[in-house]
Every structure is written in structure tokens, then in C-alpha cells.
Design a binder for this molecule. Structure first.
Ligand code: GLA
Length: 733
């Protein structure tokens, strides 16, 4: 049992293995938050302070009791307009245009052994045999007839609590919902900071630490995608937090569209987190009897630093978010032709690349952009999902069959949400694209967005694509999305609920992915959005892996993969070896280093292997063998960040350790050489202190305790800048 409901006190405690979360009914019926942190027993409501504060109003029913103010009390879900001036969870207008919601407890239910699901939206799930309990607290504002059902699912093992809210209009008039967050969390006063993962195209998820001052830190996206610029996952730190010490909270959204994460330090130093769909392009009419579900929010807490927090997220994502046959099985080693050819290929050229790759042990060939319509550059052809047989010198099936004859699987690139103006689709159905009447649409990478909020548009694209997949037989899809979303305006004549179009677009995109998986359950889909512009838990409910960044420079990747690893397991990170000089940075790195960095994720290649020297070719064969041997450790082992590549400028290091402590691999890359450099050490993590480990590379054996407490000395990188090594430690007894 993970949920304890004390009916007498109207007190509910959610317990995971290492954390407790608690809420209680306030004197006037509001749902107050008492505690979230390390595991605790008993009634924590003594922590709530009731103090009379000027300009903090009191509910009418409190009469002359001035110490009860919603402006100060920690709440689970706070409506705007009823006396709380902090950032609200919910803003709702009645038919008169008045905004006030005062939510009071109406019902509390514990749903034993049930994980809620959310209609139309992806969310975490319980595995067969795994017990997940759900708490449902129904709050109501009887005056406007609004019911908000708050759901909390408790994933005991991974220390994760997930939340969603269902709004139901129980009244007689249409309500306008202008903001509906997925969660609010009010925490006691302390010195808090925020660690978030910002970036830009080609430089995604750069860690940034902010000390929280008074006012709000607002992290979000208004690009219609979760974005390269800000990731929906963030961490609230309490005091000083390192990898292995300190308290921190992680919050992530299972959503791929606009989001807003607000972290507000309030006048009396408490902190409020509000997380959910951004309210900026959102507004909806909720008619009597209708309901609206928010996306799921995922929370976890660690009192042992970032490492344990990441581990909870990693396990949750791997076990309770990712699905399908590739969730736990080995991903094929792939080769993608994008950086090898860009648009400039023929069937012959592709087969050449594939033949060599097949000889070296690569298992999947991915045909990237340019195989369809009149797609010779990024200005044309999107939306025309029929094969360009002239360019391929035959049918796509011919190409695929030849590649299969090399012992490889066949994969294909798609960008279903887009249309080029120079395409048959656009000429036939210009209204399928987002555009505001009277305005010429803004282009992104020369292309426009299809209005995926419309079922007929999704159907049209789906049937075109299904035809190609049926004819060709495809084992893998890379589903891309290459621009931010503008001019969210549907041209299908619907006038109602325009503020819901972007959300419906996201639902349409999920519907598309869901239908693909239903019809082709064995296809592995890799997500992509100009590299890592849509790395979020919503996508990961459909795809087990995401192309992490278009930046394939091994040295830049160190920081991108480091930042990504805070909220996402490395099993979800697509990483490829590419050619040098690197196409994004011009940097030259040894092939061992490119492989070492790519071996930290879903391993693949993005170059023409025919261009390598014999020596490099032999090495490639070895890397592929290494991946086939070590994939379990990489996909399912515990991941440790041994250095922060942004801080430690000489080398970067990371580690995978088996859950049963039997082995570990440490990756080290020299990022800048120095003459006469002082000795450097790294301490390993996740070993059996009493065990004895042998290291192939040093030829020495060490006790687990020595490796974790004393560490190893970093090899001198005499081979120069950007050299690297992978060190394997195997437990002998
Ligand atoms: C995006 C992807 C790349 C490649 C191109 C093709 O930028 O991130 O990997 O597929 O599109 O146009």
C-alpha cells in the first residue's frame, strides 16, 4: 500500500520507497499541501503556519479569522481569483467573463492497484505485475459548477509520483478555461535554486544553475514543440546539491507542445512550482458536461543529489514510459546516409554505403531525407509521400530488398507534419497548412506546417505513408519535425475553441504516431526534431529513442549528452559516429573518440564507411562488436556523470555500471591537453565496495572501495587532444 488515507483528519500520504508526499483538508475545505521530501511518518500538517499578513485576504467563510489566507497557505491546486495572488494552477471565466475559482474538497478516493490513464494523451503506465495505486481528489467550485479531479499515481519502486487533472463542467453555462496546469507544488521556505536545460539548435540541453530570487523563473516553450531552447524537465535544488549529496526535486511533463514551468519564490520565501501546458496560446470553452484532461506531470525527489534523482527518472522512463518491442531489447546498430550524402544520392550510391556497412556488422540502413516527391533540396516536396523512383533508379522496395540481401534491416525518414509550397499536396490542399487569413505565412526551413489538429489532414498523410510502408516493408522509421510552429490557425471553418488548436495539433501528432504503432507494431520509431528539439516524455511514450542533436561533433556531444542524461536515460539517446572534419564544427577527432561518445547511447554511424582507411575500418568492426557485447550495460545499466564537461576542462568522464555491480565501463575523453599537467583522478561509482575488480586496460585489479574512494588516475593523454579511452572493470569475486 502506497497511499494512506486518514479519513478522520482528512489527511492523505503517498509513500514511495524513499519519499513521502502529503496533503490535508484545511479548515474551510481547501486541499493543502503539508510535505514532499524524504520518507516521513505521521501528520505533517503542523508545518503549515497560520499568520495574519496584511493584504493577504481571507475567504468569506473565515469570518474574522485573518490567519487563514489562500495567499499564504500551501496548496495542491490553486484557482485564480479567490484570494491567492501567486501563480495560479487554474484560470476560469464564467459566462459573465468573471474569473474566480475557489476549489474545495468534494471527494477523496484511493484506487488500489490502478494507474489512471488520460484520454487522447500519452502517460506513464504500470507493467504487468507492478502495483501502482492512484489517489483521486475531487475539488469543486459549486458556484461556477467546475469540478477538478486531481489524480496522483504512486510508482513506489522508482520514487516517482505522476499527476494529472481532469476538469469537468458540472454547471449549466459555458466556462472559459484560460489556464489549466498539470500540477502545483508549494514548498516550505528555504534557499532554492533551479537547474534547467536550455539551449539552441545543435546545442541542446545545456545545464544552467540559477539561484532563486524573489519573483518567478519561467521556463517554457511557445514554439509548439517542447523545443531545443528549453526542455520540459527541470530540477529544483534545496541548498547546495552535488551529484551525490543534497536535496532536489525533478519535474517533467509528458507533453510535446507549448509548456510553462513556473518557479516562484513568494514574499514569505516559500516556493511554488506550477507546471503544465503554456497558457499563452491556450484557451478553451468547456461546455456543460464536457471535460478536459491536462498532460501528465512526473515528479521525483532525491535527498542524495542529482545522481539518485536521475536514476529515478531513468528507471521510470525505461520501465514506465517507453513501450514496444524495443523498450528492452537490443537496438540495431544503424547507419544513416544523411551526413554521407545529404540530398545528393542515387539508388546505387545508397547500396554502396549499405554494402560496406553490412560487411562491417551494421544491422540497419536508414534512408534519410530526399527519397520522395521532388525533394532535391529542402525547398520542395514535403507532403508528397510517394517514391522518387527516378532518383532511386528503381522502386523503394528494390533498394530495401538489396539492402536486406546484405543482411541488414531497412529504415526510412519521414517528416509527416510538414508541407512544402512546391508540392502536389499544397497545390491541391492549400487549406491543409496553418496560415492566418490575409497574412502570408512565415516559413521555417522553407516549409509550412500541416494542420494536424484536423483529422482529415492526419488521415491523408497517414494513408499516403501507409501505402509506402506496405509496399516496401520497413523495419524502422525516423520521424522528424523541422520547424517551430507559427500561425496556429485552422482553416476548416471551425470558429469555436481556436485557443485549443495547438493542443489539438499535438493530439493529432500523437494520434498519428499511435496509429503507426498499432498498424506496424514491430517497427522501431526514432524521434527527431532538427536533432533534439522534441526530447520529452510525450514523444518517449511512442519512440524508445530520439536523435539527440544534429551536432555530431564528439566533443560538443559530451556536453549535450551530459545535460540530456539528467532527465533521460541514455537508452533514449541516438548517437552516431560521423566523418571528420566534422560537418558542424570542422573539428577533427580520432575515430576512437567519436565511437566512445556514440557508444554512450543508441549506437550508429552517419558517414560513408567506404571513405575510411583500412585501419579505421578494422576499428569500426571492433566498435560494433563492443556495442553488441555491451548494449545491456549501456541501455540498462546505471549511468554516472563523473565530471561536468562544462566545468572540468581537461577531460570528461562518465560510467555505466551493472545493476548487480558485476561490471562497469568508464569513458574518458581528453578535451584539452596541457603540457606538464598535474595528475588527475576520477572516482568510480556504483561498485561493490567489498568486491575485487580487474581492469583490462591497466592490467591491475582493485577493490571496489579503492576504485570508489581512491579512484583511478586518468591516463596521460600523450596522443593529444581529443584522444580517449574506454576502461572496463569486471568483478572477479
Ligand atoms: C533534420 C534531422 C537530420 C536530417 C535532416 C533531413 O535536420 O535532424 O538528422 O534528417 O533533418 O532533412
Amino acid at each position: 500500500m502506497s497511499i494512506f488515507f486518514d479519513r478522520e483528519k482528512c489527511l492523505v500520504t503517498l509513500n514511495t520507497r524513499n519519499t513521502s508526499y502529503q496533503m490535508v483538508k484545511g479548515e474551510f475545505g481547501h486541499l493543502l499541501h503539508t510535505y514532499y521530501g524524504g520518507k516521513c511518518d505521521g501528520d505533517m500538517s503542523y508545518l503549515i503556519s497560520y499568520i495574519d499578513r496584511g493584504f493577504s485576504p481571507n475567504p468569506n467563510e473565515a469570518a474574522y479569522e485573518r490567519t487563514y489566507s489562500l495567499d499564504l497557505l500551501p496548496q495542491e491546486y490553486s484557482g485564480f481569483g479567490a484570494g491567492d495572488f501567486r501563480s495560479p494552477s487554474l484560470i476560469v471565466e464564467n459566462g459573465e467573463g468573471a474569473s474566480a475559482v475557489d476549489l474545495k474538497i468534494k471527494d477523496i478516493r484511493v484506487l488500489d492497484g490502478i494507474k489512471y490513464s488520460i484520454p487522447g494523451l500519452p502517460s506513464s503506465y504500470a507493467n504487468p505485475g507492478e502495483r501502482v495505486d492512484t489517489l483521486m481528489v475531487a475539488l469543486e467550485d459549486e458556484i461556477i459548477g467546475l469540478r477538478a479531479e486531481l489524480y496522483y499515481a504512486v510508482f513506489e519502486e522508482t520514487d516517482v509520483i505522476t499527476r494529472t487533472v481532469c476538469l469537468i463542467n458540472k454547471g449549466g453555462e459555458v466556462l472559459t478555461v484560460n489556464k489549466a496546469a498539470s500540477m502545483t507544488l508549494d514548498l516550505m521556505q528555504d534557499e532554492y535554486g533551479v537547474t534547467h536545460f536550455r539551449g539552441r539548435y545543435g546545442k541542446e540541453r545545456m545545464r544552467e544553475d540559477i539561484q532563486l530570487g524573489h519573483g518567478s523563473v519561467v521556463l517554457g516553450s511557445r514554439r509548439g514543440i517542447s523545443s531545443h531552447q528549453e526542455n520540459p524537465f527541470f530540477i529544483l535544488t534545496r541548498g547546495e546539491v552535488t551529484e551525490t549529496a543534497g536535496e532536489c526535486y525533478g519535474v517533467s511533463l509528458v507533453y510535446s507542445g507549448d509548456f510553462k514551468n513556473e518557479i516562484e519564490k513568494c514574499p514569505y520565501n516559500s516556493v511554488r512550482i506550477v507546471s503544465g501546458i503554456s497558457d499563452e496560446q491556450f484557451s478553451m470553452e468547456l461546455a456543460p458536461g464536457e471535460d478536459f484532461w491536462t498532460p501528465e506531470a512526473v515528479m521525483s525527489f532525491s535527498e542524495n543529489g542529482f545522481e539518485a534523482l536521475s536514476d529515478s527518472f531513468h528507471r521510470h522512463v525505461r520501465k514506465n514510459i517507453c513501450r514496444g518491442p524495443y523498450k528492452e531489447s537490443r537496438r540495431p546498430v544503424l547507419i544513416n546516409n544523411w551526413e554521407a550524402t545529404y540530398f545528393n544520392f542515387t539508388g546505387e550510391k545508397l547500396k554502396n554505403i549499405a554494402r560496406k556497412a553490412g560487411e562491417l556488422g551494421v544491422e540497419l540502413f536508414v534512408l534519410d531525407d530526399g527519397w520522395f516527391g521532388k525533394r532535391e533540396s529542402d525547398t520542395t516536396g514535403l507532403g508528397d509521400w510517394f517514391v522518387n523512383e527516378e532518383k532511386l533508379q528503381g522502386s523503394l522496395k528494390d533498394v530495401a530488398d538489396t539492402i536486406r540481401s546484405y543482411g541488414m534491416k531497412f529504415g526510412l525518414w519521414l517528416e509527416p507534419e510538414m508541407v512544402s509550397e512546391d508540392s502536389d499536396l499544397y497545390r491541391e490542399h492549400p487549406d491543409y497548412a496553418f496560415a492566418i487569413p490575409g497574412r502570408e505565412p512565415v516559413r521555417g526551413r522553407h516549409q509550412l506546417l500541416l494542420d494536424f489538429s484536423r483529422q482529415e489532414v492526419v488521415d491523408h498523410i497517414f494513408s499516403q505513408i501507409a501505402k509506402v510502408l506496405d509496399e516496401t516493408g520497413v523495419d524502422y522509421l525516423k520521424i522528424d519535425m523541422n520547424r517551430s510552429i507559427n500561425e496556429v490557425y485552422t482553416r476548416c471553418g471551425r470558429t469555436q475553441n481556436r485557443g485549443l488548436v495547438l493542443h489539438r495539433y499535438v493530439l493529432g501528432m500523437y494520434d498519428f504516431l499511435g496509429r503507426l504503432l498499432e498498424r506496424y507494431p514491430d517497427i522501431m520509431i526514432e524521434g527527431c526534431c532538427g536533432g533534439g528539439g522534441r526530447v520529452d516524455l510525450g514523444m518517449l511514450c511512442y519512440v524508445p529513442q530520439i536523435w539527440c542533436s544534429d551536432n555530431t561533433d564528439a566533443i560538443e556531444r559530451l556536453e549535450i549528452q551530459y545535460g540530456t542524461s539528467f532527465g533521460y536515460p541514455m537508452s533514449t539517446v541516438g548517437a552516431h559516429v560521423s566523418i571528420v572534419p566534422n560537418h558542424q564544427t570542422g573539428r577533427v577527432t580520432p575515430i576512437e573518440t567519436r565511437a566512445a561518445v556514440a557508444l554512450a547511447g543508441g549506437f550508429g554511424f552517419e558517414l560513408d564507411l567506404n571513405l575510411l582507411s583500412d585501419e579505421e575500418t578494422d576499428k569500426v568492426r571492433g566498435f560494433i562488436e563492443d556495442y553488441k557485447k555491451d548494449w545491456r550495460l549501456i541501455q540498462q545499466g546505471r549511468y554516472y556523470r563523473l565530471t561536468n564537461p562544462a566545468e572540468r576542462r581537461i577531460f570528461a568522464a562518465w560510467e555505466y555500471a551493472a545493476d548487480d555491480l558485476s561490471e562497469a565501463i568508464v569513458g574518458i575523453v581528453c578535451v584539452s591537453t596541457q603540457y606538464n599537467q598535474p595528475p588527475e583522478y576520477i572516482r568510480l561509482r556504483g561498485l561493490d565496495a567489498k568486491g575485487r575488480y580487474y581492469c583490462e586496460q591497466t592490467g591491475l585489479s582493485y577493490s571496489g572501495a579503492a576504485l570508489m574512494k581512491g579512484g583511478i588516475s586518468v591516463p596521460e593523454f600523450r596522443k593529444g587532444e581529443y584522444s580517449s579511452c574506454l576502461m572496463r572493470f569486471v568483478k572477479k569475486y
